[in-house]
Design a protein around this ligand. Structure first.
Ligand code: NAD
Ligand code: UDP
Length: 312
C-alpha cells in the first residue's frame, strides 16, 4: 500500500537515505528540513519525482500535512553541530517532537522518533539494554542533545498513554556512511577526510574509548521494520554491536585508505562517553533485525564516497 510519509530532517545524512528507501518502496514522501546540516544535494535525485516534495521549514515552527506516517529525524547529530547553538538544539528536540506528536494526534498518523544511544550518557552498564536508565550529566555541554532527546522520548510516551498516539521510538547507535558532511565533525567522517587529505588523524584523548559503528543501510532497514511492526512501540536499540576503540578505528581507516597520515592526540571533550555498545536482543526478537555489514565493508563504501566527493 502506498502511504504519504513526512520525513523531518529528510535532507540530512540518515534522512536522505530514508527518503530513498521510502520512495523505492512506492510511497509519497514529504521531506521537511531547515538545511542546518542537511543539503539539497542529498535529495536532488528526487526533485523531479511527483511522489517527492522538498520543503524548507523549521520543526520548531508548527506545520500541518495530511500524512499516514511521520519520521522525526530533524536535529543536528554531531557534537560539533549540536553544541554550536545549544538552546536551539534542545528546542529542536523538544518542540520539534511536540509539533510532530500534535500533528500525529490530529491526523491519526503513526509517528517515529529518532532517539539516540546518548540517552544512556556515559554508561555504567555495558553493553546497554533498553532497560538501562542511563548516566547523563544534565548540565554538561552534551545535555542540550542528550536531555533534549530524553525529554522527547518522555513526550512520545505521554502522548501515547494520554492520547493513544501510535508511536515508535528507536535509539540509534553511532551510524556512518555516504552523505555524511565532510565537516560533520563525527569520528568516521573526520578520520576518512583527514586520511584522504593526508592530514593528521585527530584522536581525542588516548583513543581507548569505544564506539560501535553501524552502516547506514543496516540502520534504515531497522527503521522501516520498526515503523511497520504492529503492537510494538520500542524504545529499541538499533546499532551494530561490533565494538572498537577509537584508536582501532583510526588504524583501520589508515590501512583502508593507504594513507600516510599520522595519528595525533587531542584533548578529550568534556563528558565524552568512555564506552558504548548496543545490546540488540530486543531488535532481534521483535523486528527480526540485525546488522549485516561489517565495519571494514562499510568503511570501504564510505571511503569510496568521500574519494568522489572531496576536492583532493
Ligand atoms: P544530520 O545532521 O545529517 O541530519 C539532521 C537533519 O535535520 C539535517 O538535514 C538538518 O538540516 C535537519 N535539521 C536540524 N535542525 C532542524 C530544524 N530545527 N528544523 C528542520 N530540520 C532540522 O544527522 P543524522 O546523522 O542524519 O541524524 C538524523 C537523526 O538521527 C537526528 O535526530 C539524530 O539525533 C539521530 N541520530 C543519529 C545518529 C547517527 O549516528 N547518525 C545517532 C543517534 C541519533
Ligand atoms: N573523536 C575523535 N576524533 C575526532 C572526532 C571524534 O577521537 O576527530 C572521538 C570522540 O571523542 C568520541 C568518539 O570519537 O570519543 C565518537 O565521537 P563522535 O563525535 O563521532 O560521536 P559520539 O561522541 O556522539 O559518539
Amino acid at each position: 500500500m502506498s502511504l504519504r510519509i513526512l520525513v523531518t530532517g529528510g535532507a540530512g545524512f540518515l534522512g536522505s537515505h530514508l527518503c530513498d528507501r521510502l520512495l523505492r518502496d512506492g510511497h509519497e514522501v514529504i521531506c521537511l528540513d531547515n538545511f542546518f546540516t542537511g543539503r539539497k544535494i542529498n535529495v536532488q535525485q528526487h526533485l523531479g519525482n511527483p511522489k517527492f516534495e522538498l520543503i524548507r521549514h523549521d520543526v520548531v515552527d508548527p506545520f500541518k500535512f495530511e500524512v499516514d506516517q511521520i519520521y522525526n529525524l530533524a536535529c543536528p547529530a554531531s557534537p560539533v553541530h549540536f553544541q554550536y547553538n545549544p538552546v536551539k538544539t534542545i528546542k529542536t528536540s523538544v518542540i520539534g517532537a511536540h509539533n510532530c506528536l500534535g500533528l500525529a494526534k490530529r491526523v491519526k498518523a503513526r509517528v517515529f522518533q529518532a532517539s539516540t544511544s546518548e540517552v544512556y550518557g556515559d554508561p555504567t552498564v555495558h553493553p546497554q539494554p533498553e532497560s538501562y536508565r542511563g548516566n547523563v550529566n544534565p548540565i554538561g555541554i552534551r545535555a542540550c542533545y542528550d536531555e533534549g532527546k530524553r525529554a522527547a522520548e518522555t513526550m512520545f510516551f505521554d502522548y501515547h498513554r494520554q492520547s493513544g498516539v501510535d508511536i515508535r521510538v528507536v535509539r540509534i547507535f553511532n551510524t556512518y556512511g555516504p552523505r555524511m558532511l565532510a565537516s560533520d565533525g563525527r569520528v568516521v567522517s573526520n578520520f576518512i577526510v583527514q586520511a584522504l587529505q593526508g592530514e593528521d588523524i585527530t584522536v581525542y584523548g588516548d583513543g581507548q574509548q569505544t564506539r560501535s559503528f553501524c552502516y547506514v543501510d543496516d540502520l534504515i532497514e531497522g527503521f522501516v521494520r520498526l515503523m511497520n511492526c504492529e503492537g510494538f512501540t520500542g524504545p529499541v536499540n538499533v546499532g551494530n554491536p561490533g565494538e572498537f576503540t577509537i584508536l582501532e578505528l583510526a588504524e583501520n581507516v589508515i590501512r583502508l585508505t593507504g594513507s600516510k597520515s599520522k595519528i595525533v592526540n587531542r584533548p578529550l571533550p568534556q563528558d565524552d562517553p568512555l564506552q558504548r555498545q548496543p545490546d540488540i536482543s530486543l531488535a532481534q526478537e521483535k523486528l527480526g533485525w540485525e546488522p549485516t555489514i561489517p565495519l571494514e565493508e562499510g568503511l570501504k563504501q564510505t571511503i569510496g564516497y568521500f574519494k568522489q566527493h572531496l576536492e583532493l
